[in-house]
Design a protein around this ligand. Structure first.
Ligand SMILES: CC(C)[C@H](C(=O)O)[C@@H](O)C(=O)O
Ligand code: SF4
Length: 760
């Protein structure tokens, strides 16, 4: 009998196949999650859910928590406790809640006195918590960063955080395979950030919707792990579920001897497995994009979407040249917000602030590349007058390393502000924010309206370009800081040390958590507790009512609910926060004439959007919560971002995808103040005045859950036997995944918590 060769598989196919616990006929799979990162913003409601249902965290050994979004980045010299250090009450409450939760549920936690604290997507790789071939999730959209190691890493909403905490699994349908190949030589001055900005400019923020991107080609092969992380990080800005690079020597060298990476024989086994993790010859991709490296030059954004990119040598686009009316309206709106005139040269745009940091570009190589530009500017060069430039390392260890290398001195001498680790001005949940009208050259990943502060204007660029902007006070082609003069300045400057990260990973002051023998399996660790908790998910059967029309494309979740409202510990009370930036004038604080402020739309139960890609960007489940709190239970749009769609359904809400022409027709009904009726049972939108109903389809399992108000966690709990047998196989086949180094180890949370009354 001829032997049938197995079909060639992609890297994504392989990781997926190795994590399927079980799968239903309709393709909905229960997949096992190897690593779960937790931060303070998207976890409080999840822990509350566990507490209410009396459920433990299933795999504390595979879970790692830290605080990053809310924390001030000022010196921690006088830090004694979160309570006394964090002035803003809601930020303080979220950080304190996480400290309570990690204690209660027994999780490993890098708190504010721990040098390993930092942005979740920086500390996971740094510690070797992130490994090739794993599934990795976090209640955060930039979890895609970890795909740089050849893992399947993606952001989830808070309901799914709870699902993972309780069951260590997730319900998922497989995405499409997409490959982006960049081959050739990059021009001088072009960095990984320029490459990913260019890619997003080419494919758009919805280009990767429903797909997992594999980055391939000589450019990514030649990148360091840090550069690969910057690329994978922004896969979410390209709309993808995840991004990945096949592991290779670069990956193994980065990981070998990291505190939580496997050691000795376990490493050898792991490496053998990791080497099999590459796309087979002949494997099929649903979408292929090829970009010549030579097309890419240093890139910046001009607008309020990451796809609004332009070479630094270019100028601000002119909306009157755009034929598509939605695109033209979006560009006009962006330019008005950004305070820019069409055809202005990008290099003529002055900046007020420079921010170097974030999970995209807060790593040691980013610090070095920015410092190189500062040095190239000359010994006496200073940050341009009137510009405020801040540098925020992505973790405490990066800060330490940068200081040991002397980078902080370079920055401080030139007038930069050198900060403590955190998310900082990437989204300004802490005090690091732009004032209305201020313009910032930022190494972060999102330039949405209000992202860095209400009314603030963001231009995304690389760390080197950000440093160049700081020195000149304008967006500047970084290549002006290269060449003979620059080289002479660099040669004349004191030599900087380039140290290995390994000098800092083994910090004697802060020992790694004690590795312990895995506890013997007990009844409760091999079978999940039965769910007695009743479902709290509301049913969706028919919703009829006033419909609010919206003509914006790429409605991002920052727009649906800005960051200041993410500081809640609840899922409720967010009605006024919905589309806050559009509903309130940033200068006067008064109501604008935005559709939701006007009768009858202030009573809307449905929203119809005529632009593509509704709900893109951040994974914040606060977006559907605020729509629901306002009274909107159904959104109709031509397409939805993946995480938003999931989050909405987790809350008994219905996203309906319809062709753009149908959305327009429904928007006309809506504008006339007529009621629409969305019937999930019949899968149709009924229109007024006897017009034909418009049919739609919804995934059968999700439809069943919505019609019956079913809770995913309770359903997954019923599959406990499959999960337990998967775990047994996992321990046998991939033993290094059993929370190596963390098994049962708990890092004490500072107990400076006296009976003092707190003011929240
Ligand atoms: C707070 C969190 C939900 C959010 C995300 O998902 O990305 C944040 O990290 C952001 O960058 O907007
Ligand atoms: S994108 Fe910004 S806010 Fe979000 S995790 Fe990264 S650094 Fe933090």
């Amino acid at each position: 009998m001829p032997v049938v060769a197995p079909a060639p598989r992609t890297l994504y196919d392989k990781i997926w196949d190795d994590h399927v616990v079980d799968v239903k006929e309709d393709g909905l799979a229960l997949i096992y999650i190897d690593r779960h990162l937790v931060h303070e913003v998207t976890s409080p409601q999840a822990f509350e859910g566990l507490r209410n249902a009396g459920r433990p965290v299933r795999r504390p050994d595979c879970t790692l928590a830290t605080v990053d979004h809310n924390i001030p980045t000022v010196s921690r010299k006088n830090f004694t406790s979160v309570e006394s250090f964090i002035a803003e009450p809601d930020s303080r409450a979220q950080c304190a809640a996480l400290e309570e939760n990690v204690k209660e549920f027994g999780l490993t936690y890098f708190g504010m006195t721990d040098k390993r604290q930092g942005i979740v997507h920086i500390i996971g790789p740094e510690q070797g918590f992130t490994l090739p071939g794993i599934t990795c999730v976090c209640g955060d959209s930039h979890t895609s960063t970890h795909g740089a190691f050849g893992s399947l890493a993606f952001g989830i909403g808070t309901s799914e955080v709870e699902h993972v905490l309780a069951t260590q699994t997730l319900l998922q349908t497989k995405g499409k395979n997409m490959r982006i190949t960049v081959d050739g030589e990059l021009h001088e001055g072009v960095t990984s950030k320029d490459v990913i900005l260019h890619i997003i400019g080419v494919i758009g923020t919805a280009g990767g919707t429903g797909s997992v991107i594999e980055y391939s080609g000589s450019v990514f092969r030649g990148f360091t792990m840090e550069a690969r992380m910057s690329v994978c990080n922004m896969s979410i800005e390209a709309g993808a579920r995840a991004g990945m690079v096949a592991p290779d020597e670069v990956t193994f060298n980065y990981l070998r001897n990291r505190p939580l990476a496997p050691k000795g024989e376990a490493w050898d086994h792991a490496e053998t497995y990791w080497r099999s993790l590459k796309t087979d010859e002949g494997a099929k991709f649903d979408i292929e994009v090829n970009i010549p490296a030579s097309d890419i030059i240093p890139t910046v954004t001009w607008g309020t979407s990451p796809q609004d990119t332009v070479p630094i040598t270019g100028s601000v686009p002119d909306p009157t040249t755009m034929t598509d009316p939605v695109k033209r309206a979006s560009a006009e709106r962006s330019l008005a917000y950004m305070g820019l005139t069409p055809n202005t040269l990008m290099e003529d745009i002055k900046v007020d602030k420079v921010f170097i940091g974030s999970c995209t570009n807060g790593r040691i190589e980013d610090m070095r590349s920015a410092a190189k530009i500062v040095i190239a500017a000359g010994a006496d060069a200073k940050v341009a007058p009137g510009v405020d430039a801040m540098i925020v390392p992505g973790s405490g260890l990066i800060k330490k390393q940068a200081e040991a290398e002397g980078l902080d001195i370079v920055f401080k001498r030139a007038g930069f502000d050198w900060r403590e680790a955190g998310c900082s001005m990437c989204l300004g949940m802490n005090p690091d924010q732009l004032a209305p009208g201020q313009r910032c050259a930022s190494t972060s990943n999102r330039n949405f309206e209000g992202r860095q502060g209400s009314g603030g204007r963001t231009h995304l660029l690389s760390p080197a370009m950000a440093a160049a902007a700081a020195m000149t006070g304008k967006l500047t082609d970084v290549r002006k800081f290269m060449g003979a003069v620059a080289e002479a300045n660099i040669a004349a400057a004191p030599k900087l040390k380039v140290l290995s990260a390994f000098n800092f990973l083994d910090d004697p002051v802060l020992p790694s958590p004690e590795p312990q023998q895995p506890p013997a399996p007990t009844a409760s660790s091999t079978s999940l507790p039965p769910s007695e908790a009743p479902s709290t998910v509301q049913k969706f059967v028919v919703v009829k009512g006033i419909t609010a029309p919206l003509h914006i494309e790429n409605v991002d979740t920052d727009m649906i609910i800005p960051k200041q409202f993410l500081k809640t510990l609840k899922r409720t009370g967010l009605a006024d926060a919905l589309f806050y930036t559009l509903r309130k004038d940033p200068h006067t604080g008064k109501d604008t004439d935005f559709v939701l402020n006007r009768a009858p739309f202030n009573q809307a139960k449905i929203m119809v959007c005529t632009g593509e890609n509704f709900g893109c960007g951040s994974s914040r489940e606060h977006a559907p919560w605020s729509l629901d709190n306002f009274g909107i239970r159904c959104v109709i749009a031509p397409s939805f971002a993946d995480i938003f769609k999931n989050n909405a359904m987790q809350n008994g809400m219905l996203p309906v995808a319809l062709p753009e022409a149908d959305c327009r027709a429904l928007a006309e009904d809506a504008e006339a103040g007529l009621e629409l009726e969305v019937d999930l049972e019949k899968q149709e939108v009924r229109r007024p005045n006897g017009k034909a109903a418009i049919p739609f389809t919804v995934d059968p399992f999700r439809r069943h859950c919505l019609l019956n108000g079913l809770d995913d966690i309770a359903l997954t709990m019923q599959r406990s036997e499959s999960i337990a047998s998967f775990e047994q196989r996992r321990s046998e086949t991939w033993p290094w995944l059993d929370g190596f180094g963390y098994k049962g180890a708990r890092i004490p949370v500072p107990a400076v918590r006296n009976a003092k009354k707190l003011d929240w």
